[in-house]
Design a protein around this ligand. Structure first.
Ligand code: ATP
Ligand code: MG
Length: 411
């Protein structure tokens, strides 16, 4: 359980591009909700820490140590989007920050607000929580370019030492390595199962392509089932157990075991192949609750599910190390240079990330105030330009007017 003082210091990175437009208004909303919920007894002190363009201009460094240290010292922080400097030998500042704090879970809740345009028929039934593994998989950045020495060496090694058929590696082969560890998979899946148990959610779906990639994605699934059955035996029931009962005793027994588990409030642990999941989540989103998946799958899934509930302008996220508590809450979109400074940016993504932060701190009353106020504003069809064009009879507000409207609706 997280220990949060009544007057916490929260470090924040303003961010590049629309970060400058959405950060201030988001903080105003949070402050108003905290006052409403707790009067003068609690208050956040926002402490700006530097990263990105602004950091480079002031310190000559895109990601100063002081910034990383502040997030460590205060445990919980928030950030706007950062642009990755071109040609500085940095893959991504966002990734660098996640790595330096070992924030192994990318958590993205997916919920719909009444009135927000959605391409699916029953968006009100959507309540999903994505746990995306943040440190491993093909995204680890271990790649070798065709024609270069390392790629050739790897090719020779695979052919000579591993006995892989040479015909499969023409001269022009590039390679990417996909590391997936038991520890890495377990800590992600453990966090997802605990989250489902704590919130009384019905299921955890392990999403994978283990039918094709047996020893990486398939192992992820198997480690997940092993973990549930060993460490959470009393609180979960797995599809693997279902299958076992079915083989040994028949379908009826298996079905009644599943029903009993559901009645007892156990979390059902199941698995679905990624491509099937992408279909199912559109056609029957109510079949899925918590989703635990690996890095690349999680990337695709996050954007698809975000589109179901209004797009990246209103999709929140957080990067969390559930073992030591470090957490950085952030909007899931980029810096959107095309609309920066124009008043068109939707601050909802960052405001909802701040709501997640308040919940993480245990400040549920304040979180609810923001959430309820946003529901009112969307129901009145007052929106920023990203949603305006798709909504009949909507009223267009600028970034800061939209935030002010939320504050007005905090009752
Ligand atoms: P980056 O290089 O930092 O990822 P990008 O150019 O890829 O930036 P994104 O931020 O990923 O831009 O956004 C993609 C599209 O979505 C852009 O057209 C942008 O204007 C729009 N967009 C992103 N965030 C928001 C937001 N909060 N409100 C409104 N529109 C947004
Ligand atoms: Mg982008």
């Amino acid at each position: 359980k997280l220990q949060v003082p009544d007057n916490p210091v929260i470090p924040f990175i303003e961010g590049d591009g629309i970060g400058r437009d959405i950060t201030g208004p988001s903080q105003k909303v949070v402050d108003a909700a905290v006052v409403k919920a707790y009067g003068k007894s609690r208050k956040i002190t926002w402490k700006e820490v530097l990263a990105g363009d602004k950091a480079f201009r002031k310190t000559g460094n895109y990601l100063p140590d002081e910034t990383i240290n502040a997030f460590k010292e205060y445990l919980v922080g928030i950030k706007g989007p950062l642009q990755t400097p071109v040609g500085e030998g940095i893959r991504s500042l966002n990734v660098a920050l996640r790595q330096s704090l070992d924030l192994f879970v990318c958590l993205r809740p997916v919920r719909w607000f009444k009135g927000v345009p959605s391409p699916i028929r029953y968006p009100s039934l959507v309540d999903m929580h994505i746990f995306r593994e943040n440190t491993e998989d093909i995204y680890a950045g271990i790649e070798y370019m065709a024609g270069e020495l390392d790629a050739q060496k790897l090719c020779d090694f695979l052919v000579k030492e591993m006995g892989v058929d040479k015909i499969r590696f023409p001269e022009s082969s590039s390679f990417g390595i996909k590391p997936v560890s038991k520890e890495g998979s377990e800590r992600l899946i453990r966090a997802a199962i605990k989250y489902a148990i704590q919130r009384g959610l019905p299921s955890v779906t392990l999403v994978h392509k283990g039918n094709i990639m047996k020893f990486t994605e398939g192992a992820f699934k198997n480690w997940g089932y092993d973990l549930a059955e060993s460490d959470f035996a009393e609180k979960t029931f797995t599809w693997r157990q279902f299958e076992k009962i079915k083989t040994e005793k028949g379908r009826l027994d298996a079905e009644s075991a599943l029903e009993n588990a559901q009645k007892e409030g156990k979390v059902i642990i199941k698995d679905v192949i990624t491509d099937a999941f992408l279909q199912e989540s559109l056609l029957k989103p109510y079949d899925h609750s918590v989703i635990a998946t690996m890095n690349l799958n999680g990337d695709y899934i996050s954007d698809q599910l975000a589109a179901m509930v209004g797009g990246i302008g209103i999709s929140p996220g957080a990067n969390i190390n559930f073992m030591n508590g470090y957490a950085i809450f952030e909007a899931t979109h980029g810096t959107a240079p095309d609309i920066a400074g124009s008043g068109k940016a939707n601050p909802s993504s960052l405001i909802l990330s701040a709501v997640m932060m308040l919940e993480y701190m245990g400040w549920y009353e304040a979180a609810e105030h923001v959430y309820d106020a946003m529901e009112h504003v969307f129901a009145k069809r007052k929106v920023t330009s990203d949603l305006y064009a798709q909504m009949e009879g909507a009223r267009l507000l600028t970034t800061s007017a939209f935030a002010d409207e939320i504050i007005k609706n905090i009752h």
